[in-house]
Design a protein around this ligand. Structure first.
Ligand code: 13P
Length: 251
């Protein structure tokens, strides 16, 4: 059954991309503008160094996002970028709580919640990531872990407009491994129920993306699953042809 919510296909370029990569972004923008992405909204989150130029190239149809933000507005925080700064550069989205940041920078659920609130304050939509490790899944704790992440990192002020949730099993990121259709369906159904409990007014409208080794050849099957309202794409978003093929799965 097609999602009743407008799907979002977002690319996370992570720490990839010098100025030369903007030519790939231009091809994505051109494709989205001519309708190649079907009914999906599209966003690319490049490294912060490319944000302002990316916004110029992207035009009105392709949104640009940051990959992280600080919880505070400004101050003595060398190297950090506030959500206001991302907004000022033209970003419309910001990823918060990606597992690489939770792991590499020790980000806790409380910090992720503060970052999501910072995004709301600045008028950005937060793409908030949750997901279990392989060990956690093997121990039968996936729902427990992900449920707890949602409960502790989704701000009460979340709405369908300011929050997108992304389920990214850590073991599926960059590995070519993907959960079965049944496992994705079960987790997204679980997340929908949790969101509706936590956010009685907006939970039904919040989009829930799947992320982790989404490629052109598995996108149609993944994106057809109930409560999968789009994808958060890493490696395959670096190539315009692959990103557009994934987005076109919603045609
Ligand atoms: P891959 O698509 O490369 O597995 O990365 C997923 C991801 O982490 C997106 O945020």
């Amino acid at each position: 059954m097609p999602s009743p919510r407008t799907p979002l296909v977002a690319g996370n370029w992570k720490m990839h991309g010098l100025s030369s990569a903007l030519s790939e972004l231009a091809v994505i923008a051109e494709g989205v503008a001519r309708g190649a992405a079907g009914r999906a909204s599209c966003a690319i989150c490049p490294p912060a160094t490319l944000l302002a130029k990316a916004v110029e190239i992207a035009g009105p149809d392709l949104a640009i996002g940051g990959q992280d933000c600080a919880p505070r507005v400004f101050g003595a925080h060398t190297g950090d970028l506030s959500a206001e700064m991302l907004n000022d550069a033209g970003a419309r989205y910001v990823i918060v709580g990606h597992s690489e940041r939770r792991e590499n920078h020790g980000e806790t659920d409380a910090l992720v919640l503060a970052k999501a609130e910072a995004a709301f304050r600045a008028g950005l939509t937060a793409i908030l990531c949750v997901g279990e490790t392989r060990d956690e899944r093997d121990a039968g704790r996936a729902f427990d872990v992900v449920g707890r992440q949602v409960e502790h990192s989704v701000p009460p002020a979340s709405t369908a407009d300011n929050l997108v949730l992304a389920y990214e099993p850590v073991w599926a990121i960059g590995t070519g491994l993907v959960p079965t259709v049944d496992d994705v369906a079960a987790m997204h159904q679980f997340l929908r129920e949790r969101l509706q409990t936590l956010l009685p007014d907006g939970g039904a409208g919040v989009r829930i993306l799947y992320g982790g080794s989404v490629k052109p050849d598995n996108a149609a099957a993944l994106l057809a699953i109930n409560n999968v309202d789009g994808a958060l794409v890493g490696g395959a978003s670096l190539k315009a042809i692959d990103f557009l093929a994934i987005a076109a799965s919603y045609r």
